[in-house]
Ligand binder design. Structure first.
Ligand SMILES: Nc1ncnc2c1ncn2[C@@H]1O[C@H](COP(=O)(O)OP(=O)(O)O)[C@@H](O)[C@H]1O
Ligand SMILES: [Mg+2]
Length: 254
């Protein structure tokens, strides 16, 4: 039995619809009937523990991995993928890395300015900070002028300040370019700042445990926003990720 991935003309205002998606690697069952909807222009997060199958979902959506069962329905023309690891070519400069993807030097200049790396165009990956490398990664995904952006833990391992800056940058670009975004993360706070809706996944085989609508204004959400912290407390008090395998936290009983 194989799954189906196809582009369709109309999925009721959705850019992406994932229906009953299943996947195993040999005897390891990773995804168990995952359902996700992403409306056009929306930002959605998949929140789940390490190893639950988040990257696998994105790869299936991008057509890089075949599903065993279920449907991927897409009403988008181009997909940009920000991979978990930066995958930059070490002996090429920032500009060289992007020109490897597109020979259109005007486009390269435009995206480098968008992610504010134009002044660093002649730097090599080794000379860049983690946040800058991720911005090159983002620029590379934007080069294809996507209407759906898949983001695989792009903020992992970054300092809080750099994380907040990069996140704001991505949010700004999604808004200004009308890009629909699907973010994968294991970080609740990241998901809360980024998403209009969060799908909470269980450990592998991943199932959708909860769907959280984040009814906060999407502009100017930041780590210090008290409403956001209240939302975080609310989510924590419901014990959404205890099933991720963490011991009962004393914080939860307060
Ligand atoms: N190509 C593959 N072949 C075999 N096992 C894989 C492959 N890709 C991922 N896995 C396994 O599937 C599980 C889920 O992986 P992944 O989708 O990368 O999870 P996550 O992104 O949530 O950490 C892990 O146990 C991983 O080792
Ligand atoms: Mg992953």
């Amino acid at each position: 039995m194989g799954g189906v991935r196809k582009k369709v003309a109309d999925i009721a205002g959705n850019a992406l619809k994932i229906e009953k998606l299943s996947k195993s690697y040999g005897t390891l069952k990773v995804l168990d009937e995952i359902d996700v909807e992403v409306k056009k222009g929306e930002r959605v997060a998949l929140l789940g523990p390490s190893g639950c199958g988040k990257t696998t979902i994105l790869k299936i959506v991008a057509g890089l991995t075949r599903p065993d069962g279920g449907n991927i329905l897409l009403e988008v023309s181009k997909i940009g993928f920000v991979f978990q690891e930066d995958r930059l070519i070490p002996w090429k400069t920032v500009c060289g890395n992007l020109e490897f993807v597109s020979s259109d030097t005007h486009k390269v200049e435009k995206v480098l300015k968008l992610v504010r790396l134009w002044d660093y165009r002649n730097f090599y990956p080794l000379q860049l900070s983690g946040g800058m490398k991720q911005r090159v990664n983002l620029a590379r995904a934007l080069l294809v002028e996507p209407d759906l952006l898949l983001l695989d833990e792009p903020f992992k391992g970054l300092d809080l300040e750099i994380k907040a800056e990069l996140m704001n940058e991505i949010l700004r670009m999604c808004r200004s370019m009308s890009i629909t975004a699907l973010l994968v993360t294991h970080d609740l706070r990241e998901a809360l700042i980024f998403a209009d809706r969060i799908y909470v996944l269980s450990p592998a085989p991943a199932r959708v445990k909860n769907v959280l609508e984040i009814d906060l204004p999407s502009e100017h959400r930041d780590f210090c926003d008290t409403k956001l912290l209240d939302k975080e407390k609310e989510v924590l008090s419901q014990g959404f990720w205890l099933p991720f395998g963490l011991p009962e936290s004393p914080l939860r009983s307060k």
